[in-house]
Design a protein around this ligand. Structure first.
Ligand code: PEP
Ligand code: MN
Length: 277
């Protein structure tokens, strides 16, 4: 595929990349990454981390650097937030995924996080892509909200071509004319990615829908479509969330979703052992 030297897969090559993070293998089975939109304080992060761990999540998410639409909204705790995340990992054993928004912060974020997230607004921030391409940390690359599949894969190529082979793609919804949902979650892109790329692809149904009621069905849809996992926002006390409270899933509901995912995985395994991993 033109320009996609490292991100594309040859039609006859069925091998897929598995990104290993501290014992978690993304690209094998179905990985669930869960946690708050933003790290607000120690108590909120530790409680949520313990609750998602108990429910069976494999990794913890949480933003310390928040790219907000308004400069007056909560921007994240920055370095103190990274330290809280790293202590939450000590407490639960869950590897940490967190967003980096500025090339100047990359080395600091690497000290505290296991996976660097590039958010939708920065998908084509080429200076940032090159910077994360030079470090020894996996990168979770969200799809730009206006990006085509080819534009998205070319951004993965930026990271790969700098020498970092550990790229995970994340579909998080695109902008369409629809306003009922926050974004339009493009589930069809999952099998499309798998057709032309060897990179693991996960789905973020929280930002993809923006509505709590839609997160569970879209999580199940992601699994059924062949995604390698989901990234989902969970908060120990959603009404108090400082960021994205309308899509914050309470822990008991998350535990229920995890049970349904397990049942669907078993069913998929019966149909086609390879499909569900
Ligand atoms: C996030 O996952 O915290 C986030 C800001 O997501 P996105 O970049 O997809 O909006
Ligand atoms: Mn969010």
């Amino acid at each position: 595929m033109k320009g996609l030297v490292l991100a594309s897969r040859r039609e006859d090559d069925l091998n897929r990349t598995v990104v290993a993070v501290d014992g978690v293998r993304i690209g094998e089975g179905f990985v669930v990454i869960a946690g708050p939109c933003s790290v607000e304080n120690e108590e909120q992060t530790f409680r949520t981390a313990q609750q998602v761990k108990e429910a069976g999540a494999h990794m913890l998410r949480g933003g310390a650097f928040k790219p907000r639409t308004s400069p007056y909204d909560f921007q994240g705790l920055g370095l103190p937030g990274l330290k809280i995340l790293s202590r939450a990992k000590d407490l639960t054993g869950l590897p940490v995924v967190t967003e980096v928004t500025d090339p100047r912060d990359v080395s600091q974020v690497c000290e505290y996080a296991d996976v660097l997230q590039i958010g939708t607004r920065n998908m084509q921030n080429f200076a940032l892509l090159k910077e994360v391409g030079r470090v020894d940390r996996p990168v979770l690359l969200k799809r730009g909200m206006h990006a085509t599949l080819m534009e998205w894969l070319h951004c993965a190529e930026y990271i790969l071509s700098e020498g970092n082979p550990r790229v995970i793609l994340c579909e998080r919804g695109i902008r369409t004319f629809e306003t009922y949902t926050r974004n339009t979650l493009d589930i069809g892109i999952v099998p499309a990615v798998r057709e032309i790329s060897h990179l693991p692809v996960i789905v973020d149904p929280s930002h993809g829908t923006g509505r709590l009621s839609l997160i569970e069905p879209m999580s199940l849809a992601a699994l059924a479509a062949g995604a390698d996992g989901i990234l989902i926002e969970v908060h120990c006390n959603p009404p108090e969330a400082l960021c994205d409270k309308d899509q914050a899933m309470p822990p008991d509901r998350f535990a229920g979703l995890m049970r349904k995912l397990r049942i669907l995985r078993e069913t998929m395994n019966e149909i086609s052992p390879r499909a569900a991993g």
